[in-house]
Design a protein around this ligand. Structure first.
Ligand SMILES: N[C@@H](CCC(=O)N[C@@H](CS)C(=O)NCC(=O)O)C(=O)O
Length: 325
């Protein structure tokens, strides 16, 4: 599964943090996750970390949604890494580094260097390699029996939803926009059909595939529909997908990582080509995210044999301004 594409910052540190040796061994307290709550790819790692209960083992720092010419930064000097800019661990890992500085990134605390910023593997490794530090009742988000199906869906959703929205929103030709728009809504139609009779994308439990699709859906009506011109319809006009997104949003570990305020301030300000005055849109009305979804009637066992996570640590709670209701 490859996730290289031209609208992304393709440069990667593709280390793997794994249990059985290698450059980056699994070790509680060793890595710090730097993530933006605005970014759908960082959102994957935040949700998997919550679902697995890895908060005590992997600390997190949230980036400022706004950037200056130095790129991603932290709102205050980081108490663990002592850095202010995300470029610092990149420079520490690769002196003279002059490529993209992206989130999410796992930083090795002792050396201050990037271990990985590879979104292909980062959240999968969080789901599969950290078992000994996971909470009791943590789900199996990447079950062996379903891996091929999950990978296939992830590839489809990555190219035709997660990236297609950027390709539409940042298109510089009508053709590029038209192509991305078509692929996006074709894929959403496929997902709408798939999710009409089943609660989750694969099997009858939440998997990593749901984590990925959810991150794009959570940004759809607030950002992609208007700002990225993905406006054939709102998510709220696709009955199965909208109920599916609400179901996940209301599942502990999903909605409690989503900050609509942070997301809107980031996109409307940082990706500012069509918005030179950085006006942040007022809508949409977020209260629908808390409306009943009725998806329990489809059955499914959200956490399989496991249980939902408890609430997030107080220091990680999404501020009221970013929450619906
Ligand atoms: N660069 C990562 C993908 C993650 C990504 O592109 N994140 C965006 C935010 S959604 C980013 O940090 N872009 C650089 C920036 O905004 O300065 C990879 O290719 O593995």
């Amino acid at each position: 599964m490859s996730e290289d594409t031209s609208v992304m910052s393709a440069t990667r540190f593709n280390g793997r943090i794994r249990r059985n040796g290698g450059a980056w061994p699994v070790e509680a307290g060793r890595y710090r996750l730097l993530a933006s709550r605005a970014c759908p790819f960082a959102g994957r790692s935040l949700i998997v970390r919550r679902l697995m209960g890895l908060e005590p083992a992997i600390s997190v720092a949230f980036t400022d949604p706004l950037q200056d010419e130095r790129g991603w930064r932290l709102p205050a000097p980081d108490p663990v890494l002592g850095i202010r800019f995300l470029s610092e661990p990149y420079f520490a890992a690769a002196p003279g580094y002059d490529a993209g500085v992206s989130v999410p990134v796992m930083v090795d605390v002792p050396s201050g260097k990037v271990a990985t910023n590879d979104i292909d593997t980062l959240s999968i490794d969080l789901a599969t390699e950290w078992g000994e530090h996971a909470r009791r009742g943590a789900p199996d988000l990447y079950p062996e029996a379903h891996r091929a199906e999950i990978d296939e869906l992830n590839t489809d959703v990555f190219h035709n939803v997660a990236i297609a929205v950027y390709e539409a929103g940042m298109a510089e030709t009508q053709e590029a926009y038209d192509s991305a728009y078509q692929r996006l809504f074709d894929c959403l139609d496929r997902m709408e059909e798939r999710l009409t009779g089943r609660r989750y994308l694969v099997g009858d439990t939440i998997t990593e595939a749901d984590v990925r699709l959810f991150n794009s859906l959570a940004r759809f009506d607030a950002i992609y529909h208007g700002y990225f011109k993905c406006n054939r319809n709102l998510l709220a006009q696709m009955p199965a997908l909208w109920a599916y997104a609400r179901d996940l949003f209301q599942t502990p570990g999903f909605g409690d990582t989503v900050d609509f305020d942070d997301m809107k301030r980031h996109y409307f300000t940082v990706l500012d080509a069509g918005n030179p005055h950085h006006i942040v849109a007022g809508g949409p009305d977020l209260s629908g995210w808390l409306a009943p979804h009725g998806r329990d009637a489809l059955g499914g066992r959200p956490f399989g044999e496991g249980t939902p996570p408890g609430p997030p640590p107080a220091a990680e709670a999404v501020p009221p301004a970013g929450r619906p209701g």
